[in-house]
Design a protein around this ligand. Sequence first.
Ligand SMILES: Cc1ncc(C[n+]2csc(CCOP(=O)(O)OP(=O)(O)O)c2C)c(N)n1
Ligand SMILES: [Mg+2]
Length: 327
Amino acid sequence: MKYSNEQLINMYEKMVLSRVYEETAIELLGQGRIQGGAWHLAIGQEASQVGCLSALGPKDFYEPTFRNHGLLATRMDINKFTAECLCKETGYARGKSAVVHVSCIEDRILPINGILGAGMPIAVGYAVALKRRNTDSVVVASIGDGASNEGNFYEAINLAGIMDAPIVFFVENNGIGFTNPISNATRAQDLSAKGVAVGILGVTVDGNDILAVREAMEAAIEKARLGQPSIVEAKTVRIRPHAEGLSVETRDPRIIEEAKKNDPIKRYEKILKDLDLLNDDKISEIYSKMKKQSMDAFEYGLASPYPSKESICDISLVYKTLGGDLA
Ligand SMILES: Cc1ncc(C[n+]2csc(CCOP(=O)(O)OP(=O)(O)O)c2C)c(N)n1
Ligand SMILES: [Mg+2]
């Protein structure tokens, strides 16, 4: 095994935290304690997301999508992150970024862009800036299958190619954009093949296999450090509708049933059990720990005050979190 026991368990804990955090959000939405609308959950996509983020080195930057709540809760300060999602004064940008725009340059999390695809050329800009400053940091820019059909994505991969930008485009293909199945959006079978058109490399992996995703991302990041941008596509399925409280499920129920059978957490659990790194007691212990962390974070956010009038007008912190200085 390429990874240490600690790394293997750490990935498992992050997958569980991501899942439990998002399940806690569903629970609180159901109780009316938090608001719906912008909670785009990634339940079912944890192998893809944790596999991707865990491949980054300590100096690398990640540009998330709006479907990264659980993932960001594993990476950022979970209390501050949750407070920001709930638009509270104690959040990363004092409640102004809210759930769709949260970012923090100190945590090396670049801003999420609510306009699909629009973050891609900006991510290339960050990558080129890092290169010009002679750092060996890489940007990993995450995007969905639907958004990868936006013109911005094609311009960004082309620009990255000609500028030898240290960037990896992580295309998370869950087979649907809002309620539009991928078959209505593109004839491409493998989205990584889009790189061929602009002369950059691309690889497609099983997005429900965390180790496959991590290995593919590590290889791509290594190449990006040498100025070779590429695309990694992870194929997965989301188990929840597009966004909680915003859209109803339009897919054939069999797709969801199949996805549940191919649950990435269960798949990884089996690998760890076979390696004697996990047993049922340890699993329950990890789930309880993550539930407590998640619940405490939401309680912290809920108990925090909304921004004052003065604070709402002070946008300095918002720009600070955007990363005016990447050093
Ligand atoms: C330019 C633009 N068009 C439409 C939307 C509305 N919208 C938000 S998410 C989404 C679906 C995105 O699908 P995909 O990129 O596959 O990501 P996923 O939701 O599957 O994670 C749409 C259409 C938007 N935010 N920006
Ligand atoms: Mg999608």
